[in-house]
Write a protein that binds this ligand. Structure first.
Ligand SMILES: *Cc1c(COP(=O)(O)O)cnc(C)c1O
Length: 411
């Protein structure tokens, strides 16, 4: 008899995005006339074409594969040196990160989930609320939680509420935590942490011998020069942090797949018997055992993000999406709803009109304005009363969303 991992049975049935898709489909089926009007600002996926420099590099990579003399089979599991070096030179210059501390992968979603392979049982896991659901669900699958309560909060997790009162940046808790998930710029709230706030987290992690899992997927959208883009800008982070980065949102690689993890060699964890073990060494073993490298054309394409042309083209993409965010922020503010985010992040986080829950607002936007947003409560109970609008869209769609939102909320 093959038994199953019963932790999966603790997962809540309706993962947020399938539930959104279900409601959108039900509405479209019932109102075929209105269906073509639907504008999707729900799931956080990019919409614009790949930068030209990326496309050219990917073509070159494919051409090399087409010729026996330049063909490449399995690459290094950790990623090609040319890409790891480019990452260090262009993203971590002066931060003391070496190319062999970078592990290239096919996505940050996988990396943030897979990282649990190298950590033991019984760790206290701190998770912000609201949160990117992947951190929670992968801990459930790994057996690091109890059952979910009526609000969907899992026993055994230490939830860190992010509210308007703390600017959606979790304060360091009074309890000890072993693993702490932080995501800045934040999905879903669009909040960023100041240097002082990250310093407090690094000090906490060092004092408690904990590890910060820092998701910097939206680093490219930071515009304020005072806002740190990497946890490694904070003194002491090399002893307590792992950083996740992705080409998905800056280079538009959501359908291409390339990301990386930075694990300093100075980082260690306890073996539970008084010994310390290098996390870099463990991840290296894990990565090379369970992963055979991102494809060569994709890694070539990723490196092109750092060419002068690539950088300019990525900057233009970021400019486009952040121009959308600005329009959305202005439209929301003009109708008098509380608005957060959208300044250093491509997400605008909005307080629902009085008396409406997150899903009420979702249904209202879908049925009366044919706009798909993401209900804040889907990211955690502290997200109740909010909704997220993604700035990943064409300018024309965003302008139309602004018009419809204005008409809907003013009515
Ligand atoms: C989009 C996103 C990522 C990137 O995921 P990929 O698997 O690399 O596409 C990582 N973290 C968060 C919070 C995200 O929203």
């Amino acid at each position: 008899m093959a038994t199953i991992n019963t932790n999966f049975l603790k997962l809540k049935a309706g993962y947020l995005f399938p539930e959104i898709a279900r409601r959108v489909k039900a509405y479209s089926d019932a109102h075929p006339g209105a269906a073509p009007r639907i504008i999707r600002c729900g799931i956080g996926d990019v919409t614009e074409a790949l930068p030209q420099a990326v496309v050219e590099a990917m073509h070159e990579g494919v051409d090399e594969m087409a010729c026996r003399n330049t063909f490449k089979g399995y690459g290094p599991e950790q990623g090609y040196e040319f890409l790891r070096q480019a990452i260090v030179d262009h993203q971590f210059a002066d931060l003391g990160i070496a190319a062999d501390e970078v592990f290239v992968s096919d996505g940050s979603k996988c990396d943030t989930g897979n990282i649990l392979d190298i950590f033991g049982k019984g760790n206290v896991i701190a998770i912000t609320d609201p949160v990117y659901p992947v951190y929670v669900d992968t801990n459930v699958m790994a057996g690091n939680t109890g059952e979910a309560d009526a609000n969907g909060a899992y026993g055994g997790l230490l939830y860190l509420p992010c509210t308007a009162a703390n600017g959606f940046v979790a304060e360091v808790p009074h309890q000890r935590a072993d693993l702490i998930y932080l995501c800045f710029p934040n999905n879903p709230t669009g909040a960023v942490a100041t240097r002082a706030q990250l310093e407090a987290w690094v000090a906490y992690a060092r004092a408690n011998d904990s590890i910060i899992l820092f998701d910097a997927a939206y680093e490219a959208f930071v515009r304020d020069p005072a806002v740190p883009r990497s946890i490694f800008e904070i003194e002491g982070a090399r002893e307590c942090a792992i950083e996740f980065r992705s080409f998905s949102k800056n280079g538009g690689f959501t359908g291409v797949r390339c990301a990386y993890v930075v694990i300093p060699k100075s980082l260690t964890g306890s073996d539970g018997q008084g010994g310390r073990v290098s996390l870099h060494q463990l991840w290296s073993r894990r990565h090379s055992t369970k992963f055979n490298g991102a494809s060569y054309p994709v890694q070539k394409a990723a490196a092109a993000v750092f060419s002068p042309e690539g950088k300019a083209q990525v900057a233009a993409l970021v400019e486009h999406y952040m121009g959308n965010a600005k329009l959305l922020r202005e439209a929301v503010a003009a109708v008098g709803l509380p608005v957060f985010g959208g300044v250093n992040a491509p997400y605008v986080w909005v307080g629902c009109p009085a008396g409406l829950s997150s899903w009420d607002m979702f249904d209202k936007m879908l049925q009366e304005a044919q706009v798909v947003i993401t209900p804040g409560s889907g990211f955690g109970s502290a997200g109740e009363g909010y909704f997220r609008i993604s700035a990943f869209n064409s300018r024309a769609n965003v302008e139309e969303v602004c018009r419809r939102l204005t008409a809907l909320v003013s009515a």
